[in-house]
Ligand binder design. Structure first.
Ligand code: SF4
Length: 310
Protein backbone atom coordinates (compact mmCIF):
# COMPACT_ATOMS: atom_id res chain seq x y z
CA UNK A 1 0.00 0.00 0.00
CA UNK A 2 2.71 2.41 0.97
CA UNK A 3 4.46 1.52 -2.27
CA UNK A 4 1.33 2.37 -4.16
CA UNK A 5 1.09 5.75 -2.51
CA UNK A 6 4.59 6.64 -3.62
CA UNK A 7 3.79 6.20 -7.27
CA UNK A 8 2.36 9.56 -8.34
CA UNK A 9 5.45 11.56 -7.40
CA UNK A 10 7.70 9.39 -9.51
CA UNK A 11 5.34 8.67 -12.34
CA UNK A 12 6.32 11.49 -14.65
CA UNK A 13 9.99 10.65 -14.43
CA UNK A 14 9.24 6.98 -14.87
CA UNK A 15 7.16 7.50 -17.97
CA UNK A 16 9.64 10.00 -19.39
CA UNK A 17 12.39 7.47 -18.99
CA UNK A 18 10.31 4.84 -20.70
CA UNK A 19 10.09 7.13 -23.70
CA UNK A 20 13.80 7.81 -23.58
CA UNK A 21 14.86 4.19 -23.44
CA UNK A 22 14.67 3.38 -27.16
CA UNK A 23 16.99 6.25 -28.06
CA UNK A 24 19.94 4.21 -26.92
CA UNK A 25 18.91 1.27 -29.06
CA UNK A 26 20.06 0.48 -32.57
CA UNK A 27 18.65 2.25 -35.59
CA UNK A 28 16.32 -0.65 -36.22
CA UNK A 29 14.98 -0.61 -32.71
CA UNK A 30 14.55 3.16 -32.83
CA UNK A 31 11.74 2.57 -35.28
CA UNK A 32 9.78 1.12 -32.37
CA UNK A 33 10.06 4.37 -30.45
CA UNK A 34 6.77 5.93 -31.55
CA UNK A 35 4.90 2.96 -30.17
CA UNK A 36 6.64 3.29 -26.84
CA UNK A 37 6.19 7.05 -26.73
CA UNK A 38 2.49 6.64 -27.11
CA UNK A 39 2.46 5.09 -23.66
CA UNK A 40 3.14 8.52 -22.17
CA UNK A 41 -0.50 9.69 -22.02
CA UNK A 42 -1.01 7.20 -19.20
CA UNK A 43 0.58 9.72 -16.85
CA UNK A 44 -2.40 12.01 -17.22
CA UNK A 45 -5.00 9.36 -16.47
CA UNK A 46 -4.82 8.70 -12.77
CA UNK A 47 -3.28 10.73 -10.02
CA UNK A 48 -3.17 7.77 -7.72
CA UNK A 49 -2.98 4.04 -8.31
CA UNK A 50 -6.29 2.60 -7.17
CA UNK A 51 -6.72 0.49 -4.08
CA UNK A 52 -8.78 -2.63 -4.64
CA UNK A 53 -10.95 -2.06 -1.61
CA UNK A 54 -12.06 1.35 -2.92
CA UNK A 55 -12.54 0.40 -6.53
CA UNK A 56 -15.98 -0.27 -7.93
CA UNK A 57 -16.49 -2.95 -10.58
CA UNK A 58 -17.11 -0.23 -13.15
CA UNK A 59 -13.87 1.53 -12.24
CA UNK A 60 -12.01 -1.77 -12.37
CA UNK A 61 -13.36 -2.52 -15.85
CA UNK A 62 -12.33 0.96 -17.01
CA UNK A 63 -8.85 0.68 -15.52
CA UNK A 64 -8.32 -2.84 -16.89
CA UNK A 65 -9.33 -1.78 -20.38
CA UNK A 66 -7.16 1.32 -20.11
CA UNK A 67 -4.16 -0.83 -19.21
CA UNK A 68 -4.86 -3.07 -22.19
CA UNK A 69 -5.10 -0.05 -24.49
CA UNK A 70 -1.83 1.37 -23.18
CA UNK A 71 -0.11 -1.99 -23.63
CA UNK A 72 -1.51 -2.27 -27.16
CA UNK A 73 0.30 0.96 -27.96
CA UNK A 74 3.53 -0.19 -26.35
CA UNK A 75 3.40 -3.61 -28.06
CA UNK A 76 1.45 -3.06 -31.29
CA UNK A 77 3.20 -6.07 -32.79
CA UNK A 78 2.57 -8.49 -29.88
CA UNK A 79 2.13 -12.01 -31.22
CA UNK A 80 2.50 -15.61 -30.05
CA UNK A 81 6.20 -16.22 -29.55
CA UNK A 82 6.22 -19.82 -30.65
CA UNK A 83 7.15 -20.43 -34.28
CA UNK A 84 4.50 -22.39 -36.16
CA UNK A 85 3.15 -22.78 -39.66
CA UNK A 86 -0.03 -24.74 -38.98
CA UNK A 87 -2.24 -25.83 -36.05
CA UNK A 88 -0.36 -29.13 -35.65
CA UNK A 89 2.96 -27.34 -35.21
CA UNK A 90 1.41 -24.89 -32.74
CA UNK A 91 -0.19 -27.55 -30.55
CA UNK A 92 3.08 -29.54 -30.44
CA UNK A 93 5.19 -26.43 -29.78
CA UNK A 94 2.83 -25.35 -27.00
CA UNK A 95 3.07 -28.74 -25.30
CA UNK A 96 6.87 -28.54 -25.57
CA UNK A 97 6.94 -25.05 -24.06
CA UNK A 98 6.14 -26.33 -20.55
CA UNK A 99 9.00 -25.60 -18.15
CA UNK A 100 11.17 -23.95 -20.78
CA UNK A 101 11.36 -20.78 -22.88
CA UNK A 102 9.63 -20.24 -26.19
CA UNK A 103 13.05 -19.48 -27.63
CA UNK A 104 14.34 -22.92 -26.68
CA UNK A 105 11.27 -24.52 -28.25
CA UNK A 106 11.72 -22.45 -31.42
CA UNK A 107 15.32 -23.57 -31.63
CA UNK A 108 14.25 -27.21 -31.30
CA UNK A 109 11.11 -27.57 -33.42
CA UNK A 110 12.66 -26.98 -36.89
CA UNK A 111 14.50 -30.32 -36.65
CA UNK A 112 11.39 -32.05 -35.25
CA UNK A 113 9.04 -30.82 -37.98
CA UNK A 114 11.60 -31.42 -40.72
CA UNK A 115 11.71 -35.08 -39.74
CA UNK A 116 8.04 -35.48 -38.73
CA UNK A 117 5.98 -32.93 -40.66
CA UNK A 118 2.54 -34.46 -40.01
CA UNK A 119 0.66 -36.10 -37.11
CA UNK A 120 0.93 -39.42 -39.00
CA UNK A 121 4.74 -39.12 -39.12
CA UNK A 122 5.06 -38.26 -35.44
CA UNK A 123 2.56 -40.93 -34.39
CA UNK A 124 4.73 -43.57 -36.07
CA UNK A 125 8.04 -42.17 -34.80
CA UNK A 126 10.68 -44.08 -32.87
CA UNK A 127 10.47 -42.52 -29.37
CA UNK A 128 14.22 -42.65 -28.83
CA UNK A 129 14.85 -40.58 -31.94
CA UNK A 130 12.25 -38.04 -30.89
CA UNK A 131 13.77 -37.88 -27.39
CA UNK A 132 17.14 -36.98 -28.91
CA UNK A 133 15.63 -34.06 -30.78
CA UNK A 134 13.62 -32.84 -27.78
CA UNK A 135 16.42 -33.19 -25.23
CA UNK A 136 17.22 -29.41 -25.16
CA UNK A 137 13.66 -28.57 -24.05
CA UNK A 138 13.99 -30.49 -20.75
CA UNK A 139 11.64 -33.23 -19.50
CA UNK A 140 12.24 -34.68 -22.95
CA UNK A 141 11.03 -38.22 -22.19
CA UNK A 142 7.68 -37.03 -20.89
CA UNK A 143 7.39 -34.54 -23.74
CA UNK A 144 8.19 -37.23 -26.30
CA UNK A 145 5.44 -39.37 -24.84
CA UNK A 146 3.02 -36.43 -24.95
CA UNK A 147 3.66 -35.37 -28.55
CA UNK A 148 3.60 -38.94 -29.87
CA UNK A 149 0.42 -39.66 -27.88
CA UNK A 150 -1.09 -36.41 -29.08
CA UNK A 151 -0.26 -37.25 -32.69
CA UNK A 152 -1.77 -40.73 -32.35
CA UNK A 153 -4.97 -39.23 -30.94
CA UNK A 154 -5.12 -36.74 -33.82
CA UNK A 155 -4.75 -39.56 -36.33
CA UNK A 156 -7.14 -41.99 -34.63
CA UNK A 157 -9.85 -39.57 -33.50
CA UNK A 158 -9.68 -36.54 -35.76
CA UNK A 159 -8.49 -37.79 -39.13
CA UNK A 160 -5.03 -36.31 -38.67
CA UNK A 161 -6.37 -32.76 -38.22
CA UNK A 162 -6.19 -30.56 -35.12
CA UNK A 163 -9.78 -29.92 -34.03
CA UNK A 164 -10.90 -26.31 -33.73
CA UNK A 165 -13.15 -26.78 -30.68
CA UNK A 166 -12.18 -26.38 -27.04
CA UNK A 167 -14.04 -29.49 -25.95
CA UNK A 168 -12.13 -31.62 -28.49
CA UNK A 169 -8.74 -30.04 -27.89
CA UNK A 170 -8.78 -30.65 -24.14
CA UNK A 171 -9.38 -34.35 -24.75
CA UNK A 172 -5.97 -34.65 -26.45
CA UNK A 173 -3.18 -36.03 -24.24
CA UNK A 174 -1.07 -33.24 -22.71
CA UNK A 175 -3.48 -30.50 -23.80
CA UNK A 176 -5.12 -28.45 -21.04
CA UNK A 177 -7.24 -25.33 -21.32
CA UNK A 178 -4.20 -23.07 -21.55
CA UNK A 179 -2.75 -24.93 -24.54
CA UNK A 180 -6.19 -25.23 -26.10
CA UNK A 181 -6.76 -21.47 -25.91
CA UNK A 182 -3.32 -20.75 -27.39
CA UNK A 183 -4.23 -22.99 -30.34
CA UNK A 184 -7.78 -21.65 -30.73
CA UNK A 185 -6.70 -18.02 -30.49
CA UNK A 186 -3.67 -18.17 -32.74
CA UNK A 187 -4.24 -20.99 -35.21
CA UNK A 188 -8.03 -20.72 -35.54
CA UNK A 189 -8.70 -17.05 -34.76
CA UNK A 190 -11.15 -17.94 -31.96
CA UNK A 191 -10.93 -15.71 -28.86
CA UNK A 192 -9.17 -17.20 -25.88
CA UNK A 193 -7.44 -16.08 -22.70
CA UNK A 194 -4.07 -17.68 -22.08
CA UNK A 195 -3.52 -17.91 -18.34
CA UNK A 196 0.20 -18.64 -18.18
CA UNK A 197 2.59 -17.76 -15.38
CA UNK A 198 3.05 -14.15 -16.59
CA UNK A 199 -0.67 -13.62 -16.97
CA UNK A 200 -1.36 -14.93 -13.47
CA UNK A 201 1.30 -12.74 -11.90
CA UNK A 202 0.35 -9.53 -13.68
CA UNK A 203 -3.41 -9.70 -13.22
CA UNK A 204 -2.83 -10.16 -9.51
CA UNK A 205 -0.40 -7.24 -9.38
CA UNK A 206 -2.98 -5.12 -11.14
CA UNK A 207 -5.67 -6.36 -8.75
CA UNK A 208 -7.88 -7.43 -11.61
CA UNK A 209 -8.73 -10.53 -9.58
CA UNK A 210 -7.83 -12.30 -6.33
CA UNK A 211 -8.38 -15.74 -7.83
CA UNK A 212 -5.44 -18.16 -7.91
CA UNK A 213 -6.97 -21.03 -9.88
CA UNK A 214 -6.23 -20.58 -13.63
CA UNK A 215 -9.79 -21.46 -14.69
CA UNK A 216 -11.25 -18.94 -12.23
CA UNK A 217 -8.73 -16.30 -13.34
CA UNK A 218 -9.75 -16.94 -16.93
CA UNK A 219 -13.42 -16.45 -16.04
CA UNK A 220 -12.78 -13.33 -13.93
CA UNK A 221 -10.66 -11.60 -16.57
CA UNK A 222 -12.97 -12.71 -19.36
CA UNK A 223 -15.74 -10.77 -17.61
CA UNK A 224 -13.72 -7.53 -17.76
CA UNK A 225 -13.18 -7.53 -21.53
CA UNK A 226 -15.20 -8.13 -24.68
CA UNK A 227 -14.54 -11.58 -26.07
CA UNK A 228 -13.08 -10.13 -29.27
CA UNK A 229 -10.18 -8.70 -27.22
CA UNK A 230 -9.23 -11.84 -25.32
CA UNK A 231 -6.48 -13.14 -27.61
CA UNK A 232 -4.71 -9.80 -28.04
CA UNK A 233 -5.12 -9.03 -24.34
CA UNK A 234 -3.30 -12.28 -23.56
CA UNK A 235 -0.41 -11.30 -25.85
CA UNK A 236 -0.14 -7.80 -24.36
CA UNK A 237 -0.10 -9.06 -20.78
CA UNK A 238 2.39 -11.86 -21.50
CA UNK A 239 4.68 -9.50 -23.43
CA UNK A 240 4.62 -6.99 -20.60
CA UNK A 241 5.44 -9.76 -18.13
CA UNK A 242 8.37 -10.94 -20.22
CA UNK A 243 9.80 -7.54 -21.01
CA UNK A 244 9.07 -5.15 -18.14
CA UNK A 245 6.98 -6.57 -15.28
CA UNK A 246 9.28 -9.47 -14.44
CA UNK A 247 8.59 -12.00 -11.70
CA UNK A 248 11.51 -11.14 -9.44
CA UNK A 249 12.37 -7.56 -10.34
CA UNK A 250 9.70 -5.66 -12.21
CA UNK A 251 11.14 -2.56 -13.91
CA UNK A 252 8.61 -0.16 -12.35
CA UNK A 253 10.79 2.90 -12.98
CA UNK A 254 10.62 2.29 -16.73
CA UNK A 255 7.04 1.03 -16.92
CA UNK A 256 4.55 2.99 -19.04
CA UNK A 257 1.49 2.04 -16.98
CA UNK A 258 2.60 3.08 -13.51
CA UNK A 259 -0.38 5.43 -12.90
CA UNK A 260 -2.72 2.50 -13.45
CA UNK A 261 -0.82 -0.06 -11.37
CA UNK A 262 -1.47 -0.63 -7.66
CA UNK A 263 1.77 -2.66 -7.43
CA UNK A 264 4.04 0.19 -8.48
CA UNK A 265 7.10 0.02 -6.25
CA UNK A 266 7.16 -3.77 -6.04
CA UNK A 267 10.20 -3.60 -8.30
CA UNK A 268 12.98 -1.18 -9.15
CA UNK A 269 11.68 2.40 -9.21
CA UNK A 270 14.91 4.20 -10.05
CA UNK A 271 14.47 5.01 -13.76
CA UNK A 272 18.11 4.40 -14.71
CA UNK A 273 18.36 1.09 -12.87
CA UNK A 274 14.91 0.02 -14.11
CA UNK A 275 15.87 0.72 -17.71
CA UNK A 276 18.71 -1.78 -17.39
CA UNK A 277 16.17 -4.47 -16.43
CA UNK A 278 14.19 -4.12 -19.65
CA UNK A 279 14.40 -7.12 -21.91
CA UNK A 280 14.14 -7.78 -25.61
CA UNK A 281 13.34 -5.03 -28.08
CA UNK A 282 13.28 -2.20 -25.57
CA UNK A 283 16.85 -2.97 -24.65
CA UNK A 284 17.80 -3.79 -28.24
CA UNK A 285 17.53 -7.54 -27.75
CA UNK A 286 15.82 -9.99 -30.11
CA UNK A 287 12.42 -11.51 -29.55
CA UNK A 288 11.97 -15.23 -29.16
CA UNK A 289 10.85 -16.27 -32.64
CA UNK A 290 13.26 -17.37 -35.32
CA UNK A 291 10.60 -16.38 -37.85
CA UNK A 292 8.68 -13.48 -36.31
CA UNK A 293 5.77 -11.83 -38.12
CA UNK A 294 6.60 -8.95 -40.48
CA UNK A 295 4.87 -6.42 -38.19
CA UNK A 296 7.39 -7.19 -35.50
CA UNK A 297 10.35 -6.79 -37.87
CA UNK A 298 8.86 -3.56 -39.26
CA UNK A 299 8.70 -2.17 -35.73
CA UNK A 300 12.39 -2.79 -35.21
CA UNK A 301 12.29 -6.22 -33.58
CA UNK A 302 14.92 -8.78 -34.44
CA UNK A 303 14.57 -12.53 -34.93
CA UNK A 304 16.08 -14.81 -32.32
CA UNK A 305 19.30 -16.63 -33.20
CA UNK A 306 19.17 -20.31 -34.19
CA UNK A 307 20.42 -22.94 -31.76
CA UNK A 308 24.18 -22.74 -31.23
CA UNK A 309 24.47 -19.17 -32.52
CA UNK A 310 25.13 -17.88 -29.01
S1 SF4 B 1 6.49 -3.02 -13.74
FE1 SF4 B 1 4.69 -4.20 -13.14
S2 SF4 B 1 4.44 -3.80 -10.93
FE2 SF4 B 1 5.80 -2.21 -11.73
S3 SF4 B 1 4.44 -0.50 -12.28
FE3 SF4 B 1 4.69 -1.74 -14.14
S4 SF4 B 1 2.99 -3.16 -14.15
FE4 SF4 B 1 3.16 -2.32 -12.05
Amino acid sequence: MSAAKKAPAKTTAAVKKATVAPRKATAAVKKAAPAVKKAAPAKTVAKKPPAKSNESQTALVRRARRINRELAEVYPYAHPELDFENPFQLVVATVLSAQTTDLRVNQTTPALFAKYPTPEDLAAANPEEVEEILRPTGFFRAKTKSVIGLSKALVEQFGGEVPGRLEDLVKLPGVGRKTAFVVLGNAFGRPGITVDTHFQRLVRRWQWTDETDPDKIEAAIGALFPKSEWTDLSHHVIWHGRRICHARKPACGACPITPLCPAYGEGETDPEKARKLLKYEKGGFPGQRLNPPQAYLDAGGKPAPPLGAG
